[in-house]
Design a protein around this ligand. Structure first.
Ligand SMILES: NC(=O)c1ccc[n+]([C@@H]2O[C@H](COP(=O)([O-])OP(=O)(O)OC[C@H]3O[C@@H](n4cnc5c(N)ncnc54)[C@H](O)[C@@H]3O)[C@@H](O)[C@H]2O)c1
Length: 450
C-alpha cells in the first residue's frame, strides 16, 4: 500500500472510530415526517443533533417544546430540545459544526408531474458552503437514479473537494411508514449506496447507531432505484386490485372476499386492497420520477403509467358511486347533503397530502354537490378547491341523520362504525371498514359486486 492509500485508510479509520464512539455531531436538513423522527432518534442515542429547516414556524415550535409530527412522541421531542441534545435552527451555517448531514427535504412534482428536485439542490448548495474535510453527506429524499451523482455531487464539489477522499457522499432512502406501530426507524432495515466503498461504509456505520440492520448497495443509483421499485411495486399492485374491484362491481363478486381468499396461499401472493385512490407524498408521486427519467432514455414505463391511470381514476369512480346513490333517493342531486368521513390519505395519520378524499370532495363540488361536510379528528381544517373547510367537531347520530349520504373515505380506527351505519341513510364504504356489520341494507361497498 502506498503512503497516500495508507493516509486515506488512517483518515477513514479515524472517522469510523469516532462514529463507533458516537463522538459525532449529526445535522438533519428538513425537519418533516422523515427528518424530525431521525433527528430525535439520534439525539435520544446521546448524540449532538442540529436540525435545520427553512420553515421558521417549525423551528419556533420545536424550540418551545411543541412537536408537530404524529410519529414522534411529544415527550421525546421536548426532552431532547430541553436537554440541549437537539438544536433546531434555520441557520445553515451550523452545517459547519456537523460531522454528518442527512438531507430530508421534499421531492414533489410539478403541475405537469415532472420531478421537482429544487429542494435537494437548494439544500446541497447550502451544505456545500460549509462542507469540511471528513464530513459525511447522506441524501434521504426519494428521487430518480442519478440524482446523488449528477445533481448533488457536482454542487458539493464546486469548492474542489472529492467524494470518497475529502468528504463522503451516499444515498440512503427512507422507509418510514407513518402510523405503523410495528415497523419503526430502529427495526426497519435500510439500504445505503455510497459514491465510493468508503462512502458506503461510513454512511452505513452512521445509520447503525439507530438502525439494527443496514444493507450496503454498490452505488447511490442502486439505492435510489430500489426505493422507487418499492413504491412502484405498491402502486402497481394497488392499481391491479382497484381495477379488479371495478370489474367485480360489474360481475357481482366481492373483491374483498376474493383478496382474502387469495391471501390464504402461503407463498407467492401478497394481499393489496382497493380504495378511493392513493395519496401521500410517496406512492402517488415517486413513480412519476422514474417515468420522467425513462423518457430521457426513450423508454416508456408502461406499468407505471397504467397503474397511475387506474389509481387516479378511483376518486372519479367513488364520485360516480355517490352520484348513483343520490339518484336512488328522492332528492335533487344539487340539494344532497354529503358527509365525508376521513380526509387524511390513509388510516390514523394526519397527512393530507394528495389525499383521494380531497379529490372526491373537489369532484362533487364541480358537479354542483356543494353541500359537503367532513369529519376527521386528525385534520381540523383544509382547503377544498377555493373553499376553506373545517372538520365537524364530532359525529353524533343527529349529525349522521342530517346528511343524505355518508362516505367512508378514510377508515380511521377511532370511528365507531356501528354507530355510523346504524344512524346513516346510506353509507358508501370505500375501505371495507364496515366489514363486521351484519345489517348491510344501507351499506354500499366499493368492489362489493352489488
Ligand atoms: N413522509 C413519508 O412517509 C416518507 C417516507 C419515505 C420517504 N419520504 C421522502 O422523504 C422526503 C421528505 O419527505 P417528508 O414527508 O419528510 O416531507 P415534509 O414536507 O414533511 O418535510 C420536509 C421538510 O423540509 C423542509 N425544507 C424544504 N426545503 C428545504 C430546504 N431547502 N432546506 C431546509 N429545509 C427545507 C420543509 O420546510 C419541511 O419541513 C421526500 O423525498 C419523501 O418522498 C417520505
Amino acid at each position: 500500500m502506498d503512503s497516500s492509500a495508507n493516509a486515506h485508510t488512517e483518515f477513514t479509520g479515524e472517522i469510523l472510530r469516532r462514529i463507533q464512539q458516537r463522538n459525532i455531531t449529526v445535522g438533519v436538513i428538513g425537519l418533516g415526517y422523515v427528518g424530525l423522527p431521525l433527528a430525535v432518534e439520534f439525539a435520544r442515542k446521546g448524540l449532538q443533533v442540529i436540525g435545520i429547516d427553512i420553515d421558521e414556524r417549525k423551528i419556533e415550535s420545536l424550540r418551545r417544546g411543541a412537536n408537530y409530527i404524529q410519529d414522534v412522541s411529544d415527550a421525546h421531542a421536548r426532552e431532547v430540545v430541553e436537554s440541549g441534545a437537539f438544536s433546531p435552527t434555520a441557520d445553515f451555517s451550523r452545517c459547519g459544526e456537523c460531522d454528518v448531514i442527512f438531507i430530508c427535504v421534499p421531492t414533489p412534482f410539478t403541475v405537469n408531474k415532472d420531478p421537482d428536485i429544487s429542494h435537494i439542490v437548494d439544500s446541497a448548495k447550502e451544505a456545500a458552503k460549509f462542507l469540511k474535510r471528513g464530513q459525511i453527506i447522506i441524501l434521504k429524499s426519494t428521487t430518480f437514479p442519478g440524482t446523488t451523482e449528477r445533481h448533488v455531487q457536482p454542487i458539493l464539489e464546486q469548492g474542489g473537494m472529492k467524494a470518497g477522499s475529502d468528504y463522503f457522499l451516499a444515498f440512503s432512502p427512507e422507509r418510514i411508514d407513518p402510523g405503523n406501530k410495528t415497523w419503526h426507524t430502529g427495526n426497519t432495515p435500510i439500504v445505503v449506496g455510497g459514491i465510493t466503498k468508503s462512502c458506503t461504509e461510513l454512511a452505513c456505520e452512521v445509520n447503525r447507531i439507530i438502525i439494527e440492520r443496514v444493507i450496503p448497495a454498490s452505488s447511490p443509483s442502486v439505492a435510489e432505484m430500489e426505493k422507487l421499485l418499492e413504491n412502484i411495486f405498491r402502486s402497481v399492485n394497488i392499481a391491479l386490485v382497484n381495477e379488479l374491484a371495478q370489474l367485480c362491481d360489474r360481475i357481482g363478486v366481492n373483491i374483498w372476499e376474493v383478496v382474502d381468499a387469495a391471501a390464504t396461499k402461503p407463498f407467492g401472493f401478497m394481499p393489496f386492497y382497493p380504495g378511493p385512490g392513493i395519496g401521500g407524498h410517496c406512492i402517488l408521486i415517486d413513480p412519476y420520477y422514474l417515468s420522467w427519467m425513462a423518457r430521457e432514455h426513450d423508454f416508456v414505463t408502461n406499468f407505471i403509467t397504467l397503474a397511475a391511470e387506474v389509481n387516479e381514476s378511483m376518486p372519479f369512480y367513488v364520485r360516480s358511486m355517490i352520484v348513483h346513490a343520490i339518484a336512488e333517493r328522492p332528492i335533487a342531486l344539487k340539494k344532497a347533503k354529503v358527509l365525508l368521513l376521513g380526509m387524511a390519505f390513509k388510516r390514523d395519520v394526519d397527512d393530507l397530502r394528495h389525499s383521494p378524499a380531497l379529490k372526491v370532495a373537489e369532484l362533487l363540488i364541480a358537479d354542483g354537490i356543494t353541500n359537503i361536510s367532513y369529519y376527521d379528528p386528525y385534520i381540523p381544517v383544509t382547503r377544498i378547491g377555493d373553499r376553506t373547510e373545517y372538520s365537524l367537531q364530532e359525529i353524533s347520530p343527529e349529525v349522521l341523520r342530517s346528511h343524505d349520504i355518508v362516505v367512508i373515505t378514510t377508515d380511521h380506527s377511532t370511528f365507531d362504525y356501528d354507530m355510523i351505519t346504524a344512524n346513516s341513510g346510506v353509507v358508501i364504504d370505500t375501505r371495507n371498514a364496515c366489514r363486521h356489520i351484519a345489517d348491510r341494507s344501507n351499506i354500499v361497498l366499493l368492489g362489493d359486486g352489488k
